[in-house]
Ligand binder design. Structure first.
Ligand code: ATP
Ligand code: MG
Length: 585
């Protein structure tokens, strides 16, 4: 492609809505454009990279025997009613009516549609196992769309579904996908870690997230360097503190003016934060969006609440619980913001973290302004409705498997795989007959990759960008080589550039020729910003048959003869273009 004729425009300024490198650089490089909040369009170069990622995904899915289909973005509400998710999915689902008032949604995922597609056609054990997938736009009206296509409202997802006769078959399909995902993300040039994950709203019995490791990610993972434990923070089990064996002392109300936080009260009373009880107040919502209940969660003072664990324990939807309006809650439940304790609370669901009953003589809020109570003891002074692990596994806590100190890392969830079991096949009647003509529900798995999110996560890897722009891995670069022609009006230079261009194209290399009438500085800056892996500069040396050769990833430039430059580029591109060279690293 010749840049002088291309639809191509880079920006000098950093767009102010963008915060993370991938978002800033994609906008600056003119690879994507914002259409509305959380809705983006791909420009030509961005689209090329996008398609390369898509193709890597496609190749690895096909290699596992999965077959590609394509379903409509519009999904009938009836199918979601069959699975019970039409009302359960919540405000993230884009709902639309047809002219007759029939409810549809813009598919946020497609378990129901795929189950429906196979339920009449798969009837016998002989047809199993089977996998089908699609790569299509998904729609989610995210509460906080941000970071460009990392969390957008319209994004492209590859979703694959496996159908097996039993759990054993599912385990096999699941491991095949685990392997395929590892290959996809390796070939895309990501540094990633598969981590055990919560099944969340999708349901089922087991799950892994594939997390690309980078500081800008929204996911937090916990891992152990001594054993293999690696899990999302939502899922991470915790080791409870040992129960205290000391004697329970009598309760004593103390005046603690202005000590609203755990830190303040611990300092004021000269006790360790571990000796205090932290209260977190929440409210839940019914289908009519009205508050239908209050929750007080209690943890040891130095712990953090794990919202996913709490949601699972309460059996509520993620979107149906938020922090409480403390003033309103206090009228009903007797709590006092900053001074809430379990003694004196009423009319709310009390949840205690699993280690709390074992802790003796804690300092807790007195449900009275500026007062706490010393020596609060579980059982004697209060009881919870639910006692369960609701805390985060924090950095340095003992590993639940081997006891070594836990480490934390941040990352981007680029894919997730789930064992669904019969969660959809049972209610939707997707069954097969075994050898004895007996009916069984089909055992399913589902497997998603965020193509749009992967596209961005690649750039956020520290090795894939610098202050000057993107550094694409060859496997996903929009073009392999950029030829920077210094003086398009110089006939010799133009002829050499054309020759390099033609010969590279003939060898199957994807090339851009920057033949714009711009200053060389502008051309160099743009070539760095858009991150093309190899740059061949045709300038003054052209008269002597010399070009300058530079890899975007390296600082060195070398001078080569035109033929050497062409040969070197072809060799490098062929060695790296499918991303399989990453397996050797
Ligand atoms: P998250 O926890 O980040 O909201 P999710 O767990 O809801 O994601 P899944 O339902 O597992 O997402 O979807 C599969 C994949 O689709 C995710 O791993 C992610 O890569 C991608 N994805 C999900 N939501 C978005 C979004 N709003 N924008 C871009 N990609 C997304
Ligand atoms: Mg997920």
């Amino acid at each position: 492609m010749k840049l002088s004729k291309a639809f191509f425009k880079t920006l000098r300024e950093v767009p102010n809505e963008a915060e993370i490198p991938s978002h800033i650089l994609l906008l600056r490089a003119g690879m994507i454009k914002k259409t509305a909040a959380g809705i983006y369009s791909y420009m030509p170069m961005g689209r090329r990279t996008f398609r390369k990622i898509e193709n890597i995904v496609r190749e690895e899915m096909d290699a596992k025997g999965a077959q590609e289909i394509c379903t409509s973005v519009l999904q009938p509400g009836e199918l979601w009613e069959e699975s019970g998710r039409w009302s359960a999915y919540g405000p993230e689902m884009w709902r639309v009516n047809d002219r007759n008032g029939r409810g549809f949604c813009l598919g946020p995922t497609a378990e129901e549609v795929f189950t429906d597609i196979i339920r009449n056609d798969i009837t016998s054990y002989r047809q199993l196992p089977m996998m089908i997938y699609q790569i299509t736009d998904k729609f989610r009206d995210e509460a906080r769309p941000r970071f460009g296509m990392m969390r957008s409202r319209d994004f492209v997802m590859k979703d694959n579904y496996s159908f097996d006769r039993d759990e054993e078959g599912l385990d096999k399909s699941y491991m095949e996908m685990y392997d395929a995902y590892s290959k996809v993300f390796t070939r895309c040039g990501l540094t990633f870690r598969p981590v055990e994950a919560d099944n969340g709203a999708i349901g089922g019995t087991g799950s892994h997230e594939f997390t690309a490791l980078c500081e800008y990610g929204e996911s937090e993972i916990c891992y152990c360097e001594k054993c293999d434990l690696a899990t999302t923070i939502e899922k991470a089990a915790c080791v409870d503190a040992k129960a205290d064996e000391c004697e329970a002392l009598p309760m004593e109300k103390v005046h603690t003016p202005g000590t609203k936080t755990i830190e303040e009260v611990a300092n004021f009373l000269g006790v360790d934060e571990k000796q205090t009880l932290k209260a977190i107040l929440l409210e839940t919502y019914g289908d009519d969006d009205k508050v239908n209940g209050y929750v007080a969660a209690f943890l040891r003072g130095d712990r953090e609440l794990n919202m996913t664990k709490l949601i699972n324990a309460l059996g509520v939807h993620e979107y149906a619980i938020t922090m409480a309006d403390e003033e309103k809650m206090s009228e009903i439940c007797g709590c006092v913001g900053g001074f809430t304790g379990p003694v004196g609370l009423h009319d709310c669901t009390i949840v205690a973290d699993s280690e709390v009953p074992g802790l003796k003589n804690l300092v807790a809020g007195a449900c009275e302004e500026d007062h706490h109570i010393r020596n609060v003891n579980y059982d004697r002074d209060w009881k919870a409705d639910i006692v369960v692990d609701i805390k985060n596994l924090q950095e340095g806590d003992p590993c639940p498997v081997c006891g070594a100190p836990i480490k934390h890392a941040r990352g981007v969830e680029v894919g997730q795989i789930f064992k669904l079991g019969t969660k959809y096949s049972e209610p939707m009647g997707a069954t097969y007959k075994d050898e004895n003509q007996k009916d069984h529900p089909i055992v399913m798995g589902c497997y998603g990759i965020g193509i749009s999110r992967t596209f961005q996560a690649i750039i956020d890897m520290p090795e894939n960008h610098d202050d000057n722009g993107i550094i694409w891995p060859m496997s996903v670069a929009p073009y392999h080589v950029i030829i920077t022609l210094m003086k398009p009006e110089d006939e010799v230079q133009a002829q050499v550039a054309d020759r390099v261009y033609d010969e590279l194209m003939a060898a199957g290399v994807e090339v851009i020729l920057d033949d714009r009438k711009e200053r060389p500085g502008v051309k160099f800056k743009d070539s760095e910003l858009i991150g093309i892996p190899i740059r061949i500069t045709v300038g003054r040396g052209a008269a002597d048959g010399i070009i300058e050769y530079k890899m975007r990833r390296e600082a060195d430039k070398i001078e080569l003869s035109v033929d050497e430059g062409i040969a070197k580029a072809i060799e490098t591109v062929n060695a790296e273009k499918d991303g399989r060279h990453f397996f050797k690293k």
